[in-house]
Design a protein around this ligand. Structure first.
Ligand SMILES: NC(=O)c1ccc[n+]([C@@H]2O[C@H](COP(=O)([O-])OP(=O)(O)OC[C@H]3O[C@@H](n4cnc5c(N)ncnc54)[C@H](OP(=O)(O)O)[C@@H]3O)[C@@H](O)[C@H]2O)c1
Length: 356
């Protein structure tokens, strides 16, 4: 009997010793977890202060002195590009505008000159055409001290399945969304490296956080911009160059205006001017940012959602947006054809058709 008790006592002591080791290991894991959480939280708090509070408190920056006299903004006659150009001009930077329409370019250029008293220069170019346009752009940029390049131009068609897209349109979208940022950087970066000073801002998108069904090409192109931009930042940080990736969520521009399902909140979907003000303030502070703090919160939430769940939700939203866009398109066709009929009934059209 005594041997059994001794055996049990021994076994109990050995088991509790074993647990003692486990409890030490567990307390070490707990301490590691808590320390990591504290460090991450401190880092996030200082990031939020540096990113969103500090720019509001510090005096206005002299971007010309920091980076150079001129900024190039692609896709600058509308939306984020136009607002970004205006915000840079507000800081005294001369602006080179690049878009497709001479008329719109001249209008925006004269608005910028009269509001902010800076110089402007316009270049008409259609990025959808691909490599053929860059020689002309390069010639027109010769001899200009470009301190800031904003690779903003982008295009997105309404949501649709990949095979529904026309092959030519696919090529155009790749030229605009990938080719433009890549080739413009190739043209402008050398003189920044020579001066050891400059900023390249690449406008990606929050849609690059997870793949987006029915916007497969667009979200993939924006992921390219994000990855390209981050690698470039690493390559050129020792040359005095800042490369920033912007990942905005929805901003109230023509591009985002394709359905009634979109929330109307101005806080979540800011105007291009509000977005640009926040984004310009983040230059040199964050190299990869949503650019506007409510968008940073949206991105954080998006990152917490499992990829498949996200894609399931995005597919439902994009199906709704696609239906609305198709209704709008049909309405447009009906309107334009009824306009055409009215015009053909008017005396001028009648006489014109008679004279033919
Ligand atoms: N709006 C959003 O919610 C949102 C969200 C995330 C990311 N983004 C990104 O932000 C950037 C700007 O978007 P946005 O909403 O401001 O667009 P937007 O309002 O549609 O403006 C696009 C600008 O690009 C020009 N452009 C379009 N196609 C062009 C081409 N083939 N060649 C030269 N210029 C061209 C347009 O001018 P012309 O028509 O006169 O040429 C216009 O100035 C894009 O890269 C977009 O992907 C936007």
């Amino acid at each position: 009997m005594a041997a059994v008790v001794d055996g049990f006592d021994l076994l109990f002591r050995q088991v509790s010793n074993g647990f003692h080791i486990y409890s030490e290991v567990l307390s070490l894991i707990g301490a590691y977890y808590v320390t990591k959480k504290v460090i991450v939280t401190c880092y996030r708090v200082q990031y939020v202060i540096r990113m969103h509070l500090y720019p509001k408190l510090r005096p206005k920056r002299d971007l010309v002195k920091e980076f150079g006299e001129w900024a190039v903004v692609t896709g600058s006659t509308d939306g984020i590009g136009k607002a970004y150009a205006m915000e840079l001009a507000h800081h005294g930077v001369n602006i080179i505008l690049i878009s497709r329409s001479n008329e719109k370019l001249r209008k925006v250029a004269s608005e910028i000159e009269s509001f902010y008293g800076v110089k402007t220069h316009v270049i008409k170019a259609d990025f959808s055409l691909g490599s053929e346009i860059y020689e002309d752009i390069s010639t027109k940029l010769q001899g200009m001290q470009i301190g800031i390049l904003v690779n903003n131009v982008g295009a997105m068609d309404y949501p649709q399945l990949f095979l529904e897209m026309d092959a030519d349109r696919i090529r155009q979208l790749i030229n605009i969304n990938i080719g433009a940022a890549t080739m413009m950087t190739k043209l402008v970066l050398p003189q920044m490296v020579e001066r050891k000073c400059g900023v390249v801002v690449n406008v990606s998108s929050g849609t690059s956080i997870h793949p987006s069904p029915q916007l497969a090409l667009y979200s993939a192109c924006k992921t390219y911009v994000d990855v390209f931009s981050q690698a470039l930042e690493y390559e050129y940080k020792d040359y005095g160059i800042i490369v920033q990736t912007l990942l905005p969520s929805y901003v109230a521009t023509k591009m985002a205006d394709f359905g009634e399902t979109m929330p109307r909140s101005r806080f979540l979907i800011p105007s291009a001017a509000v977005y640009a003000k926040h984004a310009v303030a983040s230059i040199g502070i964050a190299n990869r940012t949503a650019g506007y703090w409510p968008h940073a919160v949206q991105s954080w939430i998006a990152r917490q959602i499992p990829r498949n769940t996200w894609m399931w939700g995005a597919n439902i939203l994009n199906s709704a947006l696609r239906r609305q866009a198709e209704v709008r398109r049909k309405l447009k066709i009906v309107k334009s054809s009824s306009k055409g009929k009215l015009a053909s009934k008017s005396p001028t059209a009648e006489s014109a058709s008679k004279s033919v």
